[in-house]
Design a protein around this ligand. Structure first.
Ligand code: ATP
Length: 236
């Protein structure tokens, strides 16, 4: 895998009247997990969409190493190794689990290697994906991403519609992806759970980044997280 980081330089994203988030600067390195958290409407989805190309950034630059990518189409960005699991985006329900996975696992060997990490799916391999539970379907979505071995994976609210206990079983899979070299940007409403597997955190509120730094610092000072969520003055 290429070791270039994904870099955001003063990125802003506008929706209609003006920017919903601005001044975002950070680097996501291969093999690292960054948790992007903040209150509803803070602009997390808008930001993640600007990276994958679903929504254009209205200011700043997005770089992959030395190469500017924010003028590339979504498909071109996907070809550079950026994969985006969109909020609420699910499986192809009428296709079997095998067929869903074969969209990214290109050979029987790749499929076998993927399934080795998802033993629960192996049991349901010939079931229509739409018949699986919500947690199992999200596992299929992750397994599909796993098989594609993206350089960067942007995950938007993987927990949506799942009980925390089900979501907690998916988190180790995200860690495994990072261990295999993928850089992960994890947008999550279950802040504590996301911070539990992340290396770094970005807390956004009121259209700006209020905290950017290690997870340790954030977790050791609950007041810091609280202030960052409230927005207003930059906490850090
Ligand atoms: N397609 C759109 N058109 C106009 N405004 C939008 C659109 N999508 C989002 N917005 C607005 O942009 C702001 C940021 O929304 P966004 O979904 O990026 O936030 P978020 O942090 O992901 O929120 P949540 O946690 O609720 O998903 C919100 O005020 C929202 O109403």
């Amino acid at each position: 895998m290429n070791a270039n980081p994904l870099i955001l330089e003063d990125v802003a994203v506008s929706r209609g009247a003006g920017p919903v988030i601005s001044g975002v600067r950070f680097a996501l390195h291969p093999g690292r997990i960054v948790a992007l958290v903040g209150p509803n409407g803070a602009g997390k989805t808008s930001l993640i969409e600007s990276i994958s190309g679903v929504t254009p950034n209205s200011a700043g630059r997005i770089m992959l190493g030395e190469t500017r990518i924010d003028r590339l189409t979504r498909v071109e960005r996907a070809r550079t190794g950026i994969s985006h699991i969109e909020q609420g985006r699910a499986v192809f329900p009428s296709l079997t689990v095998r067929e869903n996975l074969s969209l990214t696992a290109r050979t029987p060997q790749e499929l076998k290697e993927t399934l080795a990490h998802f033993p629960e799916l192996e049991k349901r391999i010939d079931s229509a994906a739409g018949l699986l539970s919500g947690g199992e379907q999200q596992m299929v979505v992750l397994a599909r991403a796993f098989a594609a071995q993206p350089q960067f994976l942007l995950i938007d609210e993987m927990s949506l519609g799942l009980a925390p206990v089900v979501f907690m079983r998916l988190l180790p899979i995200v860690s495994k992806l990072a261990e295999a070299g993928t850089g992960v940007l994890l947008v999550e409403q279950f802040t504590e759970l996301a911070l539990g597997i992340a290396d770094e955190a970005l807390v956004v509120a009121s259209g700006t980044v209020n905290y950017q730094g290690t997870v340790e610092a954030l977790r050791s000072d609950p007041d810091l997280l609280h202030r960052a969520y409230l927005g207003g003055d930059r906490a850090v």
